[in-house]
Ligand binder design. Structure first.
Ligand code: MSP
Length: 653
């Protein structure tokens, strides 16, 4: 690398398909890229962070047709939601590329022309399978007997058409050597081995144009063909920098330092993309990092499975910083991990409310109580102080190394260890005892100064990960500007916090969230939402407050017998019940009965149950129905039981 290049840093996310709204899995890639970009910026690199949208291809054309819109209008609308989402999550990208932008289209045609002129692209017939959702070609030997996509499991389509081909096979040896000789090129290590064996199995030439639909960039010398969407999409990483124009940006920032992508699209980025770059005589990116999947308890997130988690909604409920923190703290970057709202809330409560929030609140309260809210100048030193200071300096260095290696989980773990160490410093120095003794006031000044300085370190180290929290901590410490303007070199020395500023203690930055209340509130909102979805017609016909007979008939009310009952751990209201609701038919219910009945009392009781209520997860346990109980004035609950015992499953009408 030349002197000039080493000062730049170019990071990219994949460009997203605007076929659907983005979910938390998509946000995962972008938050991760945003963190490294913010960090490099703080380290003084001239950073470019690119993201965008991948708007062509058969999949989008079909979605647009289903929506009865022309493809451009269709994508315009969805891309608008991407931009909103990135803004909500505080994604500070430098450039947003759309593959429908004219400069990109021109550049892709140039790339196609160049490879064709060179003999790397030739005309032939394609016969084989195609996965439209993945926009991927598959050969017979790569798929099983079911004709399902080996990547996504969806049905493949048989394609027979004239197509231009790229001589991918010619690049197999060079690619293999490059991956072998440059261990950093594909990370994590395990993914590198996967890609090497993929090449060992043999590379075939790649079909790079389609004739059976129109929504794409025209092949410049043959208007019957559109460019294969992956060639179009991958090229974005260089067209965004102005390639092929001899643009200073391209010269300055290419090759990219890192492409961050999900593991599902690593093959495109480490085999097809480098081969194209080799064909164009361009240098290859320094690294392609393939991160793992963010799954839900019911598997991979997808609209068809109905298990997508909406990052906008989460951000409204918990704030963007908590989401960003959770995404990067919870799952080691590179591995698969499971998203759960319960884990998110637990993480907020333990790390952000308890450890971080308390440290700030306790420290500022003591500054207010003892020094009229003014940051005191430190005085005498002691061993305990040195320990805190050394740990701050060491943590700053080590967190930087971890972020550099995209080991976000470890970075945040170390950062939080320092937060906990700072809380321990309060316990060790016992400022409330020092405050009682006039002679100890100098010592108290030092202790509080050190705590505030620790908070300065913490808020600066949080800046790659969080957007508002560091600023808010700075604001409450009376040093907002310093924190906002700070870069990583402000962590080189201990003791830079200005004295004499007035602190402004506010509300706790992360109030604790009550898991039970949160889920109960969610259920209520969902009920209201589904009510609003009822057809207006039905509503119009009915006088206010009444339901129609048709609506009543939709309820399936039955008698059930309780077979098992137990407390749900962590909740003082909820019980998990197993009920028999017909011959050999068992159901699980979650009921808020724990304060009214013991588990033993409930055994064998016959109860009334709504059978066809949509299942809901309450406190991490699925509830498949709802029992009926009467609530007395004092709030006590009494179960509704049949007058005489009946067979479980008997209908209530
Ligand atoms: N358009 C292509 C990328 C072209 S890049 C030249 C594409 N788009 S995508 O919208 O389907 O996916 C974008 C990114 O989101 C990919 O990195 C993908 O791996 C990531 N994720 C989508 N769902 C995800 C999870 N559930 N978990 C983690 N990442 C996920 O692929």
């Amino acid at each position: 690398m030349t002197e000039e290049q080493s000062d730049t840093f170019y990071v990219t996310t994949p460009i997203y398909y605007p076929s659907d709204r983005l979910h938390i899995g998509h946000a995962y890639t972008t938050v991760a890229a945003d963190a490294i970009a913010r960090f490099k910026e703080m380290k003084g690199y001239d950073t470019v962070f690119l993201t965008g949208s991948d708007e062509h291809g058969q999949k989008i054309e079909r979605r647009a047709a289903e929506a009865e819109e022309n493809p451009k209008d269709f994508v315009d609308e969805i891309v608008g939601t991407f931009v909103d989402l990135w803004q909500t999550l505080g994604i500070d990208y430098d450039q947003f590329i759309r593959t429908t932008d004219q400069y990109h289209k021109d550049a892709v045609q140039h790339i196609f022309d160049t490879l064709h002129d060179k003999g790397d692209i030739y005309l032939d017939e394609y016969e084989g399978w195609y996965c439209t959702p993945c926009e991927t070609y598959w050969r017979e030997h790569q798929i099983g007997t079911e004709n399902e996509c080996p990547d996504c499991g969806r049905e493949l389509e048989w394609v027979e058409e004239e197509s231009y081909f790229f001589r991918l096979s010619d690049y197999a040896d060079d690619l293999y050597s490059h991956i072998k000789e440059n261990p950093q090129f594909i990370q994590p290590e395990s993914r590198r081995n996967e890609m090497l064996s993929f090449i060992e199995d043999g590379l075939e030439d790649l079909s790079v144009s389609r004739t059976t639909f129109d929504w794409g960039i025209d092949v410049p010398f043959d208007e019957d063909h559109v460019v294969y969407v992956w060639i179009d999409a991958l090229s974005n990483y260089i067209t965004a920098l102005g390639y092929p124009e001899s643009d200073q940006r391209f010269e300055k920032y290419w090759p990219a330092d890192i492409h961050i992508v999900g593991k599902d699209i690593l093959r495109f980025h480490t085999i097809i993309w480098p081969a194209i770059l080799m064909g164009l005589d361009l240098p290859l990116p320094e690294q392609v990092f393939g991160h793992g999947w963010l799954l839900t308890e019911t598997g991979k997130m997808s609209k068809s499975r109905g298990n997508v988690v909406d990052p906008m909604e989460l951000s409204e409920d918990f704030g963007r910083d908590a989401i960003r923190y959770y995404l990067l703290r919870e799952v080691p970057f590179g591995s698969d991990g499971t998203y759960s709202t319960e884990a998110l809330i637990n993480r907020i409560n333990s790390d952000l409310a308890n450890d971080l929030g308390n440290l700030l609140h306790r420290t500022l309260s003591m500054v207010e109580q003892n020094f009229a809210g003014v940051i005191p100048a430190p005085d005498k030193k002691s061993e305990i102080d040195k320990d805190l200071k050394n740990m701050a300096l060491k943590t700053a260095r080590s967190v930087a190394d971890q972020i550099d290696g995209l080991r976000y989980t470890q970075a945040l773990e170390e950062l939080m260890n320092f937060v906990r160490r700072s809380n321990k410093y309060i316990d060790e120095t016992r400022p409330w005892i020092l405050a009682e003794d006039e002679d100890q006031h100098d010592r108290l000044k030092t202790v509080l100064y050190n705590l505030l300085e620790a908070l300065r370190f913490i808020s600066i180290m949080l800046k790659p990960f969080m957007v508002d929290t560091p600023e808010e901590i700075g604001h409450q410490m009376g040093c907002r500007r310093e924190i906002v303007m700070s870069d990583w070199s402000d962590l080189d020395e201990w003791g830079q916090l200005p004295v004499g500023r007035s602190v402004r203690k506010g509300d706790p930055i992360y109030p604790r969230i009550d898991l039970e209340e949160y889920f109960a509130g969610k259920e209520e909102t969902e009920e209201v939402d589904s009510e609003t979805e009822q057809t207006q017609e039905e509503k119009k016909e009915m006088p206010e407050g009444l339901i129609s007979f048709r609506e009543f008939q939709r309820l399936e009310l039955k008698v059930a017998k309780i077979e098992e009952a137990e407390r749900i751990s962590g909740s003082d209201k909820l019980l998990r019940l197993v009920i028999e609701i017909g011959e050999d038919e068992k159901r699980q219910l979650v009921a808020g009965l724990a304060r009214h009945y013991s588990a033993e009392e409930l055994m064998d009781k016959q109860i009334a149950v709504i059978e066809n209520l949509e299942p809901a997860e309450i406190f991490g346990v699925e509830s498949q129905g709802m029992l009926l109980a009467a609530e007395d004035k004092d709030g006590s609950l009494s179960l509704l039981e049949p007058d005489v015992r009946v067979e479980p499953g008997a209908e209530i009408s």
